[in-house]
Design a protein around this ligand. Structure first.
Ligand code: NZQ
Ligand code: ZN
Length: 381
């Protein structure tokens, strides 16, 4: 096992009716900026609950953080923070609203432009504290330091790291209103987050392996229930907690991580606007197949423990494991091929060109170069 330091300070507040606790958790001595997406929270009653809890607080609202939050939008909120002396931020919505808020919070305390923070971690100079009411289980953003920010002008999409949210409120009833496509993408994103931290090599941490497999098995088990009835509180609660546990550091202690699927997926989103989880289920089976030798023992373990594949040669087991994984993604109602979304050769060439020019090396051994990325994507046409 590798050395590690683990500290996750986010206070998790979970369950029906917990939005009311904002009144207890938010600071009364600071001016608060409450950030929102495009309005889903008005339709599902979350906004009303937040406004009720915020009675007596000094706060402003900022609307319009879009899916795949754009730095162009976030800059406007940074200006508001600086002009209004904002001292705390509360994101209410999906991962995009929270990710955008993470960048706003850090950009509000520096002179440089917000995009510089994304391109160069050295620009980071601290942050305003922030918290969330999360309404879409997927990113784990509610309990991690990450954010993924898009730049429309340059067609880029990159990760940025701030500190952790002070607290996050997760009320499963807020997810009842999610569009089924977003639920499918959220389940897929959760599954692939675990895979990025798990599908490397065997024998490093049996405990992390079992924990990761536990989350994967739970997602597989709950997915049909969630898809059948989105008003099933227990199923949605299980899905919601799985998403948080999938990317809050608990399954990543002392183990290597891959993230090639995410890096390739981000390029598809940057160029085509494709929803994040949808990109991942297209790419992952290709990464598994291309890296089948390096990852062979782990793919076999995953196939056995998650899909119950115990027979055949190693190659046969790997083939069946990849097929079962793709089949699971299809059972969510998602496309697993680029051509199904009308994404063609030109996009593949552009992604490969970008990776070649940047000299990017992906994966747990930093050996996935542009040539491997090209093979992955061509398999997924
Ligand atoms: O904008 P509104 O009107 O709120 O609508 C949103 C949006 O249209 C809607 N929605 C959210 N909660 C809802 C709801 N609609 C009805 N009922 C609800 N309860 O869903 C749409 C998608 O929302 P978005 O926030 O974009 O989705 P998600 O949470 O999946 O976030 C995706 C972003 O997170 C990044 C992705 O790259 C993408 O930019 N990621 C962030 C990570 C992190 N912070 O650690 C890791 C992930 O790998 C991921 O890359
Ligand atoms: Zn993701």
């Amino acid at each position: 096992m590798n050395n590690f330091v683990f500290q996750n300070p986010t206070k998790l507040i979970f369950g029906e009716g917990q939005i009311a606790r904002l009144a207890k958790e938010l600071p009364r001595d600071k001016k608060i900026l409450v950030t929102f997406g495009g309005g889903s929270v008005k339709a599902n009653g979350v906004y009303d609950q937040v406004v009720e809890a915020l009675k007596g607080f000094d706060y402003l609202e900022f609307w319009g953080i879009e899916p795949n939050p754009k730095v162009e939008t976030l800059r406007k909120a940074v200006e508001i923070c600086k002009a209004e002396g904002i001292g705390f931020l509360l994101a209410v919505g999906g991962g995009s609203t929270l990710d955008g808020t993470k960048l706003i919070a850090a950009a509000a305390v520096i002179e440089q432009d917000a995009w510089e923070l994304v391109c160069n971690p050295k620009v980071y100079g601290g942050t305003l504290p922030f918290a969330s009411v999360i309404t879409l289980p997927a990113t784990g953003s509610e309990m991690n330091r990450g954010a993924v920010i898009s730049n429309v002008a340059t067609g880029e999409k990159y990760a940025f790291y701030n500190t952790f949210p002070t607290f996050s409120i997760l009320d499963p009833t807020t997810t009842f209103s999610l569009p089924p496509f977003q639920v499918a993408c959220g389940l897929a994103d959760t599954f692939v987050h675990v895979m990025e931290q798990y599908l490397t090599t065997t024998g490093i941490s049996p405990l992390m392996d079992r924990w990761a497999e536990g989350v994967l098995q739970t997602v597989v088990e709950v997915a049909p229930k969630v898809r059948e009835n989105q008003n099933d509180y227990d199923a949605m609660a299980t899905y919601m907690l799985s998403a948080t546990m999938g990317l809050n550091g608990f399954i990543a202690m002392g183990v290597p991580q891959d993230w090639a699927t995410h890096m390739i997926g981000h390029e598809i989103t940057a160029l085509c606007g494709t929803t994040h989880g949808q990109t991942l289920v297209i790419v992952l089976p290709g990464v598994m197949n291309e890296m089948r030798e390096q990852k062979s023992s782990k793919i076999v373990q995953f196939g056995e423990r998650v899909w119950g594949i115990t027979e055949g040669t190693t190659d046969e087991r790997i083939d069946r494991t990849i097929a079962a994984t793709e089949e699971f993604f299809r059972s969510l109602g998602l496309a697993t091929r680029l051509s199904e979304l009308g994404i063609g050769e030109d996009v593949v060439e552009e992604i490969v060109r970008r990776f070649r020019e940047r000299g990017t090396l992906l994966g747990e051994r930093a050996n996935v170069d542009y040539a491997i990325v090209e093979r992955v994507l061509r398999q997924r046409m």
